[in-house]
Write a protein that binds this ligand. Sequence first.
Ligand code: C5P
Length: 272
Amino acid sequence: RDFTIAIDGPAASGKSSTARAVALELGFGYIDSGSIYRCATLLALRHDITDISAGAPDLIDLINKASVDIKFQPQSTRSAPNLITGRLPVPDVRILLNDEDVSEEIRKPDVNRLVAKVASDGGVRSAVLGIQRALARAAETRSKSVVGKEGVSSVPGGVVMDGRDIGTTIFPNAELKIYLDASAMARAIRRWDEMNSSLKRAKPPAVPATAENTPAEYPSVEDIARELEERDYADINRQHSPLRIAKDAIVIDNTSMTFEQQVYSIADLARD
Ligand code: C5P
């Protein structure tokens, strides 16, 4: 059996960048499980299915018929020296929904607002679970021939998967489970920095951000903090596989850690 690393934690705790950098370091595949819920949410928005309080048979049907692919690109890395990534390379990931590249669209505010609601539906979760496991198996197989820093990675391969319930529900037998956390303010500031550096790469934003000095088209740190809090609340309090720390998970609070410290400590745990 291949090696599985589960990285769970609240919104904007740095799971995705950390998981991708760890996967690159180890020559593993990578699956962003949240992106599949985001694709499901995009399908809901595009088909005007916004009330799923009484179940969502039409949406489940759309998810079952959809193809989702996560293209992890270890050869294409960005290493923008911002608050989130430090200088360690973070590979790009492209998300394809029915062969359309939706990588940017699934990060937009309307998806952010609805995704936790969509993910709280039991039927949606079972439909997504099948996609997650299939993608993880495919990523592991691909990772066996990935060319990493130290040449072609050795067999067996492995996969790093990040989300909310990977260690508790999706891969309860994962060899390594990490629960990544950070203070609410650190998470909001990082997400704000990430949004601004991608939207405004050429012109660094004014720091610190407040509701007053943030341009109207960008959410303020306060707006982001509020949205993260609402999403965490929904993820922790939902009925189906809520966000929990798996009992055999190692908790890493990265509030005052560098990105490199996190990545190397997880990679070292995997090698032990
Ligand atoms: O990780 P990301 O912020 O992209 O996840 C978006 C949303 O998808 C989460 O807020 C959560 O509601 C849902 N999700 C989940 N289980 C996962 C991954 C994500 O319920 N394993």
